[in-house]
Design a protein around this ligand. Structure first.
Ligand code: GLU
Length: 307
C-alpha cells in the first residue's frame, strides 16, 4: 500500500522536529554514546508488508523491549504458573524501584519493570542452558534476520553498573523468588537487554502480537491467539514505565519502550510498528518515538473515519 509508505515518510519528517528534546540514557555508559539525532520508524502489516523511513534499518539497543520476548518465552514454558512469581498490575513506581519490592515481599508488580523481568529471566535460566542465546535465536527467527547480535559492549557496561539491578535480584532471592545464582540471572537479563535490532527487525519480530500469535517471518503460529491478547493487555497497562496512562491516552495502543529509545506498538489484527530515537523524557520514553506513534494513531483514526 503506497499510502502506508506515505504515512511513515510523513511521520519521519514530523517526528524529527522533536530531535533535540530529551536526554540520551547515561546510567548505562555505553548507551550514552548513542547519536540523539537518529530517528527511524517501521511498520509491518499482518499481510507481511514492511514500510520504513529514516534510520529504520539501523540496529540499536533494544533494552526493555526484550522484556516482551522474555515474557513470551517464559509463558510458553510455564503458562499461568509464572504469575505465582510476578504480578500483573502497573507499579506506579520507577522501573527500578526497590521500595515496593521490599513492601511486597519480593514479588514484582509486573514483568515489565526490571525486577519483574529479572524474575522472568530466572525462570528462563531454569528452563534453558543459555537463555540469552535462545532468545537471540528466537529474535533472529521471528525477524527473519540471522545477523542479529547481542552487543557485548552494552552488556559489559550494564554488568559494570549493575548495583541497582543486583540489589533487586538479591532482595528477591532473600524472599525465595529467585531460584538460580544471582550473577547468572543478571548476566542472562543484561544479555537479553543488549540485543541490537533495528526498527524493521522489531516490527517484523513482534508482529505475532498483532497477528493472533502467528509469526510473520516463520510463517507459522508462535503462540496461541489468547496468549497474544494477554501479552498485549500487559503492554497496554504496564509497557511504558510510569507513563503507561499518559501514553494510553495519547496513543491508545499496547506498547513497550526501552531506554535505548525504541518503542514497539501493536495494532491488534492489523500491524506492528517500531519507532526509535535515543533521547528520552523524564519517564524514560523516547520523545520523538512517542510523538511518531501519536501521529500514527491519529492518522489511523482519520483513515477509519474516511477523512
Ligand atoms: N537494561 C536496562 C536496565 O536494567 C533496561 C532498562 C529499560 O530499558 O527500561 O536498567
Amino acid at each position: 500500500m503506497v499510502k502506508i509508505q506515505e504515512w511513515v515518510e510523513d511521520i519521519n519528517e514530523r517526528a524529527r522536529t522533536k530531535l533535540g528534546t530529551g536526554r540520551v540514557a547515561d546510567y548505562i555508559p555505553a548507551l550514552a554514546e548513542q547519536d540523539a539525532n537518529k530517528f527511524g520508524i517501521a511498520i509491518c502489516t499482518n499481510e507481511g508488508e514492511v514500510y520504513a523511513a529514516g534510520d529504520a534499518q539501523e540496529p540499536f539497543s533494544i533494552q526493555s523491549i526484550s522484556k516482551v520476548f522474555l515474557l513470551t518465552l517464559s509463558l510458553r514454558v510455564y503458562g499461568n504458573e509464572l504469575w505465582e512469581r510476578v504480578g500483573l498490575n502497573p507499579s506506579g513506581m520507577p522501573f527500578n524501584s526497590l521500595t515496593q519490592l521490599e513492601a511486597e515481599r519480593g514479588k514484582p508488580r509486573n514483568p515489565f519493570i526490571n525486577a519483574g523481568a529479572i524474575v522472568v529471566a530466572d525462570r528462563l535460566v531454569s528452563a534453558f542452558a543459555t537463555p540469552s542465546k535462545h532468545l537471540r535465536d528466537v529474535a533472529r527467527k521471528l525477524s527473519g534476520n540471522e545477523s542479529i547480535l547481542i552487543d557485548a559492549r552494552v552488556q559489559e557496561s550494564e554488568w559494570q553498573h549493575r548495583s541497582r539491578n543486583a540489589a533487586m535480584a538479591y532482595l528477591m532471592k532473600s524472599f525465595g523468588n529467585i531460584d538460580n545464582d544471582v550473577d547468572q540471572v543478571l548476566h542472562s537479563y543484561f544479555s537479553c537487554c543488549s540485543l541490537a535490532m533495528s526498527c524493521v527487525d522489531l516490527a517484523v519480530a513482534l508482529n505475532y502480537l498483532a497477528a493472533d500469535g502467528h509469526a510473520q517471518a516463520m510463517g507459522e503460529p508462535f503462540i496461541a491467539p489468547d496468549l497474544a491478547r494477554k501479552i498485549n493487555s500487559i503492554m497496554f497497562t504496564c509497557g511504558m514505565y510510569d507513563a503507561a496512562g499518559d501514553f494510553a491516552y495519547r496513543v491508545g495502543l499496547p506498547a513497550k519502550s526501552g531506554v535505548g529509545g525504541g518503542i514497539v506498538a501493536i495494532v491488534p489484527g492489523k500491524l506492528s510498528v517500531c519507532a526509535w530515537s535515543p533521547a528520552l523524557d523524564e519517564n524514560g520514553n523516547s520523545v520523538a518515538a512517542q510523538y511518531a506513534l501519536e501521529l500514527l494513531a491519529e492518522e489511523m483514526v482519520r483513515q477509519q473515519l474516511g477523512h
